[in-house]
Design a protein around this ligand. Sequence first.
Ligand code: NOJ
Length: 565
Amino acid sequence: MATKQWWKESVVYQIYPRSFNDSNNDGIGDLNGIIEKLDYLKELGVDVVWLSPVYESPNDDNGYDISDYRGIMDEFGTMEDWERLVDEMHRRGLKLVMDLVVNHSSDEHAWFTESRRSKDNPYRDYYIWRPGKNGAEPNNWVSFFSGSAWQYDETTDEYYLHLFTKKQPDLNWENPKLRKEVYDLMTFWLDKGVDGFRMDVINVISKAPGLPDAKVTSDRKYQWGGEHFVNGPRFMEFIHEMNEKVISNYDVMTVGEMPMVTPEDGVRFTNEKDGIVNMLFQFEHMDVDSIPGHSLGKWAINKEWKLTDLKKIMSKWQIAMQEGNGWNSLYLENHDQPRSVSRFGNDKNFHEESAKMLATWLHMMQGTPYVYQGQELGMTNVAFERLEDYKDVEIHNFYRDVVEDGNEDPDMIMEAIRVKGRDNARTPMQWNRGTNAGFTSGEPWIKVNPNYTDINAEQQVDDPNSIFSYYKELIQLRKQHEIVVYGDYQLILEGDEQIYAYTRTMGDENLLVVTNFSDGKPVFKLPEHISFDRKELLIANYDVRDEEIEEFTLKPYEARVYKLK
Ligand code: NOJ
């Protein structure tokens, strides 16, 4: 059995501060707004809050472009507000995990303004500068957010690398001085009381020496260069050093955001013996509804995705981590992903049922569950008519690249944005039926989803049958039954395209988790190898009487969890 750790037994709630709660009515969420809602989080029963970046930032990428790692963004409040937030959280037994964004900084960070001044500036090597090649970029890498990953800078006639927007220059981890700066800023926050870090795209910090060209795999101008920086050559070494110099001095949790990793990487990075983080965010299940290898990447929607594909992905992660003593993060949503009920459920005809089903399916797996703000209410995707209503830099860069500079059909691309765009997750939190869903009485920085009159916290908190109450129950199950945290996972009914069912086993106990991912009524048959004397229904999203479980018909998006002994 996996060793016991507080961060395995916890449920994490992610707050995207800009869209959570606005206390001063400037249209932007803030720290005092979060403090006002801490009792709501207590009521839900979560243990840890992960706060997306609240540091000073020009907000090219909503705080993921940091201009001062030790300062608080004016729009969000002051350092005193932050200190009050951490005190109020600790007083309620909540832990605080901060975002650590150190693959890149903002181009408005003092390090960068110095760095770009001259080739012999002491900060020059804090970033990755190269001369052009034959009058063009130093290599052919594409940025995660469209276009070249290089930006020309006149002052010194060189280019700097930016894997994200041009206002997010990559930091040079090869430079020990830069690494020391990062460790110092981490220590600064840990000494102020933070309980851990979520490390932004941490597995791309080490780039291959010489920054070679990427293989040409598409007919586009710039190419995906991941082979030269995903899990790069010195990545493990750098994080080992970070652990030794900083993390090991504190009892805190770390979670690495890691695109393009396999379960084998997952074990390498999280195993208890010589891993580098407690857990990680992998992306394989987030790609299940995209067309593999398509030049539009995540925007190429695969409407025909199969449940068996999702089973393969989830099960291989579950089994690998279990066998390799690693640990999974369990998530279906965050600020970069569309809303799960719209994506994997049915937000029209079975909104409540499918939101609860997805929650059951996720929370009963092995790993630490993450709840993204509004997920506990079943918040849905938004469908803005006009491009201007979207605020995300990724969306606008993509549109420019493929419609204005390319020849894709604008209607098709707008549809892709409605389905996959990150702003689906960034509309204001829906607190009540009042103006702007109770988020602000000012003009919200991004429009509220018009369905807030039907989907909001006020309506759900006291309703025992609401999605919110269901989440509460699920979270409590984790506290009451060790098997939910530590039991071994096994997939059953492997080939079924409607039912996702699995067991968790610990000693002579089994959890049986049965979920229907369809609006049909499939029949569940218990495999013969599962025997039991007693059964107890732990949770279900429909009314279930004392039924036989050897065989039963599921209702649309039904979910049930039994404890068998
Ligand atoms: C991942 C973050 O989650 C995303 O929001 C951000 O745009 C990129 N990293 C760049 O920091």
